[in-house]
Design a binder for this molecule. Structure first.
Ligand code: PLP
Length: 352
């Protein structure tokens, strides 16, 4: 039976990427060696790294002012790295928009390094919308947002316009659509949704923001050191970078992020349409803020939740149980999720 994995992450990648990756584990590029055993400083791997960086720059149209890094520690490490690299040592202050659990975790880490002003929050309604119409203090060192809220199914459709450097956790919608990188000070994303295997973390950082805090930063947390070392200050996550490179190549072959966006919009429209028109289900996210990546929905009769999950399992559908803080269901439909899988879920909902 065909399997349909709606996991919120780690999530599926294109079959072609899995196939090429598994071949490279056995024999990388006809070297007779596994990708996993070659030196990260070998010319073969340096070529992979350079290609991955070049593809990120090409797909996202990254300007010369910004550097691309592949680091470790996941997006969670970036919660503190962004703060330690940008917040002034004396009188440092940052603004945060709180749109859910991941924002809250970022806020907690930033508080270790200076003053944090939460300038807007949607906690009042369990994070079912993206706050709008707030002001950002002009003396903040930066403002931080979470562009897509994996747990609550909300997504920024427009980013705040501000003179203050904009930092975005794009873990769950990076590469799902074009973004204007020039508007951001830092973009970061754990790889394991739209990019590649867990273990690599993409960071795109505007170089002239760095080195201005007046604090001593431990080497492993210092973006400037990683830029100087071209992400090889220590051993980089070789396998994760390689698979990310394959997936970036795949995205390019699909026609780039405009084409990826169109596919994502069509898939999400199919699913939201079913939720809105099926009398058994409901989505309580503000319509204009609905995520194209993580579609959350509830059964009006919650006593049937287990029955619905069983019907999904019977159709080969896995990982649609909602996060415990929201309940109900969540279908994560990242780039690699085909329309046929979305249709398979819709078919179960229709029958239910
Ligand atoms: N930020 C967002 C929006 C996420 O969805 C996640 C994980 O799902 C994280 C951060 C944490 O990422 P990591 O596990 O790579 O630290």
């Amino acid at each position: 039976m065909k399997k349909h994995n709606f996991s919120a992450g780690p999530s599926i990648l294109p079959q072609e990427v899995f196939e090429k990756a598994s071949q490279a584990v056995l024999d990388f590029d006809n070297t007779g060696l596994s990708l996993i055993e070659i030196s990260h400083r070998s010319k073969e791997f340096v070529a992979v790294y350079d290609k991955a960086v070049a593809l990120v720059k090409e797909l996202l149209n990254v300007p010369e002012t910004h550097e691309v890094l592949f680091l470790q520690g996941g997006a969670s490490m970036q919660f503190l790295m962004t703060a330690i690299n940008l917040m002034k040592n004396e009188g440092g202050k940052a603004a945060y928009v709180d749109t859910g659990a991941w924002s809250s975790k970022a806020i907690k880490e930033a508080k270790l390094f200076g003053q944090v002003d939460v300038v807007a929050s949607s906690e009042d309604t369990n994070y079912n919308y993206i706050p709008k119409g707030y002001s950002i203090p002009t003396d903040a060192d930066y403002v931080h947002i979470t562009s897509n809220n994996t747990i609550f199914g909300t997504q920024f459709k427009e980013f705040p316009t501000t003179e203050v450097p904009l930092v975005a956790d794009m873990s769950s919608d990076i590469f799902s659509k074009p973004v204007d990188v020039s508007k951001f000070g830092i973009i970061y994303a754990g790889a394991q949704k739209n990019l590649g295997p867990a273990g690599a973390t993409l960071v795109i950082v505007k170089k002239d923001l760095l080195g201005n805090t007046g604090r001593t930063i431990p080497s492993m947390l210092d973006y400037q050191i990683h830029i100087k070392g071209e992400s090889m200050f220590n051993t980089p996550p070789v396998f994760a970078i390689y698979v990310s490179m394959l997936n970036l190549e795949y995205m390019k072959a699909q026609g780039g992020l405009k084409a990826v966006e169109k596919h994502n919009e069509e898939k999400a429209a199919m699913l939201y349409n079913e939720i809105d028109n099926n009398p058994s289900f409901v989505n309580s996210v503000a319509k204009e803020d609905r995520s194209l990546m993580n579609v959350v929905f509830l059964l009006k009769d919650e006593s049937k939740d287990a029955e619905f999950l069983a019907a999904c399992a019977e159709a080969g559908i896995s990982n649609v149980k909602g996060h415990r803080s929201v309940g109900g269901f969540r279908a994560s439909i990242y780039n690699a999720m085909p329309k046929e899988s979305v249709q398979a879920l819709i078919d179960v909902m229709k029958k239910f």
